[in-house]
Every structure is written in C-alpha cells, then in structure tokens.
Design a protein around this ligand. Structure first.
Ligand SMILES: *Cc1c(COP(=O)(O)O)cnc(C)c1O
Length: 228
C-alpha cells in the first residue's frame, strides 16, 4: 500500500486508538510514542506518513534502514532500529538510529560503547528480552536482563533506557506485557538504573501493551498495510 491518503487515514485511526487505550489506562497519550514500522515498504510510504505527521520510523534490517535514512531524513524524523544488529553494521546503525531497541549481548554493548566514544556521541539502547525463549527471535532470557542492564552501566557512551520484547503470538498478549513491565521494575530496583522506556505492542496488540505501560509501540501493518 503506497496510497498516501490511505496511509494518512490508517495513521489517524491508529493514533486515535493509541489515545483511547492511554486514556482507558488512566495515562496521558503524550507518554506514548507511536513508531511506524516501515520494513519492506517503499520510501514513498515513509514520506506519506511523515507528511501526515508521523515522526518515528522503525526498521528491522540494517541495510534497509541505512538506505532509507540516506534517502529521506527531514528535520524531526527519527529512525529506530528494531532488528538483529550485527557488529559489522553497528557503527552505521548507531549513527542513524535515535534508539536501538535490540541490545541483547554484552559483546554488542561493548562494541556500541566503543563506537559511541569514537564517534563522540551517546548511543541509546533498550535491552531486548526473549520472553518466550523462541529461537527465531533475538533477546536475552528474562532472568539475564537485569545483569545485562547492570553490566552496561559501566560502559561509557552507551545508555540503556529500558526493555523491549516481541512476545510469543498467542491469546494472552496482556500477560506477556505485564511480565515485561514487572521485569523492568525488578531490573530497575536491582540495578538502581532508571529504565523508563518499554517498547512493546504491535498492530494487533498495541492497546493491551499500552494498558500495561508501553511507552513505545511498534506498529507496521495497521499503518502501512500488508508488506510485500
Ligand atoms: C515488523 C515488526 C513490527 C510491526 O509488526 P506489525 O504486526 O506489522 O505491526 C514490530 N516490531 C518488530 C520488531 C517488527 O519486526
């Protein structure tokens, strides 16, 4: 789907649903950042969404992120990296992405810290948690999340500000989101590091994620339509 009026309409619907979910949960809708996930969508789709007011874009392949960010980077547009990050692509992604949602090893954390120091910039990241222990998904085991947060605190230039998860797709998304929030609360208490951000919720379950405290929702098909 690249029709720009259709994207604008879908975006308006998703925004309204985000606001409703926030109010239902007694939250201020302004606490929630809507990230439009444009993977495998043409650049024109990002342009249309930006035109319609979307300011946060998520991509899960490094090369695709770099290509799109090189071609379209108007003032105010923020790219988020939400896929597996290889150390080969880490430097370029760290330059383009305002937030890396998928930190899942101390090795990658050390690499990002080194890059941050060399580039003279702060790199911000979320620790990705693999809640279902699924081999197809990245992330650390829930029991290892606090330790990774703790270990990154000693690394200059790298700032871990929360947790991210893509939970198993089943009929109880809200339970998974609640577990992630509780894990965040426990990790913050254990490490003394504020972890204000929770990246969770996609097209089919962002309302449940907002009910459980999501601050970043990653919505693809509900805004951009089916992917190629
Ligand atoms: C593709 C993707 C999304 C968006 O999924 P939709 O179901 O299209 O909303 C969110 N998060 C990640 C990490 C993704 O890869």
């Amino acid at each position: 789907m690249t029709d720009s009026s259709e994207i604008a309409e879908c975006l308006a619907r998703v925004r309204a649903a985000v606001a409703t979910a926030a109010r239902d949960a007694g939250r201020d809708p302004a606490e929630i950042t809507l990230i439009g996930v444009s993977k495998r969508q043409p650049l024109a789709a990002i342009e249309a969404a930006f035109e319609a007011g979307l300011r946060d874009i998520g991509e899960n392949h490094a090369d695709e992120l770099l290509e799109k960010a090189a071609a379209f980077a108007p003032d105010g547009l923020r790219y988020h990296f939400i896929g597996r990050l290889s150390s080969r692509r880490a430097r370029k992604v760290a330059r383009q992405a305002m937030l890396i949602h998928t930190l899942d090893s101390l090795r990658l954390a050390r690499k990002l810290s080194l890059i941050a120091q060399e580039e003279g910039r702060e790199v911000r990241a979320l620790v990705q948690v693999n809640q279902g222990g699924e081999a197809t998904k990245g992330g650390v085991a829930p029991a290892a999340a606090a330790a990774l947060v703790h270990d990154t605190a000693a690394l200059p230039g790298l700032c871990v500000i929360g947790l991210m998860s893509i939970p198993p797709f089943d009929d109880r998304p809200r339970d998974w989101f609640r577990y992630l929030r509780e894990l965040r609360d426990a990790a913050a208490a254990e490490t003394g590091i504020a972890l204000p951000e929770l990246s969770m919720g996609m097209s089919h379950d962002f309302a449940e994620a907002i009910a459980e405290g999501a601050t970043l929702v990653r919505v693809g098909t509900a805004i951009f339509g089916a992917r190629d």
